[in-house]
Design a protein around this ligand. Sequence first.
Ligand code: ZN
Length: 350
Amino acid sequence: MKAQVLKKYDDGLAADAWVELEEVPDPKISRSSDVIVRIGGAGVCRTDLHIIEGIWRPHMDPTGDELLPMIMGHENAGWVEAVGKEVEGIKVGDPVIVHPKISGGTCLACRRGFDMHAPGSFPGLDCNGGYAEYLCTSERNVVALPRTLAPKDVAPYADAGLTAYRAAKKATRHLLPGERCVVIGAGGLGHIGVQCLKAMCAADIIVVDTSDDSLALAGKIGADHLVKADGNEVEAVMSLTEGEGAEAVIDFVGEKGTTTKGLAMTRPMGSYYVVGYGEDIKVPTVDMVITEKNIIGNLVGTWAELVELMALADRGLVELTTAEYRLADANKALKDLHNGKIHGRAVLIP
Ligand code: ZN
């Protein structure tokens, strides 16, 4: 099959091309629970840029040179191509979206539903992913798609959408009608997060972004207030929240100073959700004590949450803005993402 392969890290993201289109062996069924998916679409994610620049190296490749070459792509959807002999819940030809973690199902984390914290593998991060024609996963990790949803249109929900959904769902569990939720960054994840918030609670949604296009999109999909990130965004949020800050702040950026600003926009006893990442959070411990603010991490979501998100998508309550690229144009998609030229989410189509 054809696949886009990452062969070396590029910590400055300066190279002309990061992945190479190659002919590689098709994945094969090796366990009775395996499922081979014919890829219909693979989302291109900022995490892919972070993998290229080596941010994940200490976690996924601690010795520094054992992981590569690797096929990237952790946001995958397609059709079942082949199944292992014990697979009963799905059949060849079914459209599916692939939960990003391959987990065993028998450890305590899996039994509690938190597969993302279970031992296992993360295709596209620590083994071959979906920038390819086929992907090997397991029955436990695929979700059958409603017939209304085409794989190429939903692939980014597998990680970007699921992560945005999980963070938004956590916030909706405490946000009361009339309270405020700030969304920092209405790009690929943020524009999904805004729709999830709108579908699941009656809080006022304040969207902060540097891009006029992203703010315009946020306005169309349900944001109540739009704040341009022009250096005065903290003051702007404070004036929209009687000087107190918002009950919830979901930071889909997590770099370029948004963590300090996001925490400043969070009111005492409020919650600051970290979704985007890249920089360190620096906060005096005494401030944490005095304000009782919560800082909450978010790692994709559960299999059940992927089913919940597909239910929102099936009902048209969440729609994904996508830009389609051919698999052969993976470098262009990655460059466009790096250069801020994609509004919504890029998807590679084999
Ligand atoms: Zn992703």
